[in-house]
Design a binder for this molecule. Structure first.
Ligand code: DX5
Ligand code: ZN
Length: 220
C-alpha cells in the first residue's frame, strides 16, 4: 500500500477578509490540499464559518477541500457541504451519536469520509467505523483554536492506528492536525501519519518558504 504524503495548510490561520487571495497564495505553493475548519461555538468555543463560505471559496480554488467539522451533529451539513464543493468531510466521533450512519451518508453524498478523535478520546471509539472512511484524523491538540502546542502522547494513537489498518487490510490516510511545525511534523511522520495540517506555522512569515521547509523535513 502506497500512501501519498500531503501537506494541508489550514485556512483558519489565513486572512479571513481575503479568502480568495489566500486560496490563490496556498495554491501557488504547489500543495494539493487546503484544510478548512468549520466551528459552531458549541462543539468548540470558537466560531469560524459554515457551508456557504465554503461554497464561495470553491469559486476561487481547485484545491482539494479537506473540511474538518467541529460542530454538534455534523450530519446536518452533509448535503450543504457536498453542494458547496467539499471533497473530504471529516467528523468527530464525539459530535454525534450517529457516527456510523453519518459516515455512510457522507460517501453517499459523493464526498470522501473522514473520522476524527480528540486527544482525550481512545482509538476504540473509531474502530467500528474504520471500514467506512477514506481518512482518519488524529487531533494533536484540543480542537477549537490555532497556535496551540502539539500533544506528544497523541503519537501513540497514530502508531496503534497504523497497526490496526494493517491488521484489517484497510487503506485510509492518517492525518494529524494541531501544533505541526518543522519538528513535530517529523515525529508525526515517523509515527505513521501521511497527511499533515499546519496553520500558524505556515502563515507566520513567508508561506511559500514555510511550505518548502516542511516539505524538506518530510523528504529528509
Ligand atoms: C484546530 C484546527 C486546526 C488549526 C491548526 O482546532 O482544527 O486545523 O488550524 O492550527 P495550528 O497548526 O496553528 O495548530
Ligand atoms: Zn482542523
Amino acid at each position: 500500500m502506497t500512501l501519498v504524503t500531503k501537506l494541508a495548510p489550514s485556512i483558519l490561520a489565513a486572512d479571513y477578509a481575503n479568502f480568495a487571495s489566500e486560496l490563490k497564495r496556498i495554491e501557488e505553493t504547489g500543495v494539493d490540499y487546503v484544510h478548512i475548519d468549520l466551528m459552531d461555538g458549541q462543539f468548540v468555543p470558537n466560531i469560524s464559518f459554515g457551508a456557504d463560505v465554503v461554497a464561495s471559496m470553491r469559486k476561487h480554488s481547485k484545491l482539494v477541500f479537506d473540511c474538518h467539522l467541529m460542530v454538534v451533529n455534523p450530519e446536518r451539513y452533509i448535503d450543504a457541504l457536498a453542494q458547496a464543493g467539499a471533497d473530504i468531510m471529516t467528523i468527530h466521533t464525539e459530535s454525534t451519536p450517529h457516527i456510523h450512519g453519518a459516515l455512510q451518508k457522507i460517501r453517499a453524498a459523493g464526498m470522501k469520509a473522514g473520522v476524527v478523535i480528540n486527544p482525550g478520546t481512545p482509538l476504540t471509539a473509531l474502530e467500528p467505523v474504520l471500514d467506512l472512511v477514506d481518512q482518519v484524523l488524529i487531533m494533536t491538540v484540543n480542537p477549537g483554536f490555532g497556535g496551540q502546542a502539539f500533544i506528544p502522547s497523541t503519537l501513540t494513537k497514530v502508531q496503534d492506528l497504523v497497526t490496526l489498518r494493517q491488521e484489517r487490510g484497510l487503506a485510509f490516510d492518517i492525518e494529524v492536525d494541531g501544533g505541526i511545525d518543522d519538528t513535530t511534523i517529523k515525529l508525526a511522520q515517523q509515527a505513521g501519519a501521511n497527511v499533515f495540517v499546519a496553520g500558524s506555522y505556515l502563515f507566520k512569515g513567508d508561506l511559500a518558504a514555510n511550505v518548502a521547509r516542511l516539505t524538506e523535513v518530510l523528504n529528509a
